[in-house]
Design a protein around this ligand. Structure first.
Ligand code: SF4
Length: 201
């Protein structure tokens, strides 16, 4: 298990700054298709949230900086989640609400959130060439007008018909890509192992 130091976290913070600039560009490019707005927390309601160890340790730094009452609430949610998890026979693909999400639907550790959290809302392109559409399209939100859910493809005729300026774009925003220093031309970092959030709680 890597023993992270203040220097490691400071390097990671620089890494985040670089990634945030790149992601801002992606969000700007795709803004016509995005319905993300303050108070919307669908992406934090269901998932297994894979994080590397470095990310999760950094998230804990954020947790220790929040209001003590809020910390108690997060701990309560973690305990309830662990109890639910312990009772499961099949622990694979456990989808759950993130315990860092407050009752009001706000991320309590926003500045310290993980890498994938920063990409919620965009289309993710995987190494295999496949892509994942944000699941909120099912709720009539991101990409809903241009996604053919029956055939599971983007409908480019619809894009044209609706007069969108930019094409819908899929970006390499899976965790493997986001932890690749080459992709972001950053100093190498030891991210440690990657596991779903339940492993780290
Ligand atoms: S850490 Fe924050 S942004 Fe990430 S899933 Fe949890 S509540 Fe959502």
């Amino acid at each position: 298990m890597p023993d992270y130091t203040i220097e490691d976290f400071s390097k990671y913070k620089q890494y985040l700054n670089t990634i945030n600039v790149v992601l801002e560009r992606y969000f700007e490019d795709q803004k016509e298709y995005l319905r993300c707005k303050a108070g919307c927390s669908h992406c934090c309601e269901h998932g297994d949230y894979p994080f590397s160890e470095l990310e999760f340790q950094y998230m804990l730094l954020g947790f220790f900086r929040i209001d003590p009452q809020e910390q108690k609430e997060v701990i309560k949610r973690i305990q309830a989640l662990k109890e639910e998890y312990a009772k499961l026979e099949d622990k694979k693909e456990f989808s759950h609400r993130c315990p860092f999400l407050s009752e009001k639907g706000i991320c309590t550790i926003y500045e310290y959130r993980g890498l994938i959290c920063r990409t919620f809302g965009l289309i993710t392109k995987h190494e295999s060439g496949k892509y994942t559409i944000p699941f909120c399209q099912e709720l009539g939100l991101n990409y809903a007008e241009v996604y053919d859910s029956e055939n599971k493809v983007l409908d480019y005729d619809k894009v044209k018909e609706l007069g969108y300026k930019n094409l819908p774009n899929a970006y390499r925003t899976n965790l493997k890509a986001l932890t690749s220093e080459e992709l972001f031309e950053c100093e190498p970092l030891d991210f440690g192992q990657i596991h779903p959030m339940m492993h780290w709680l």
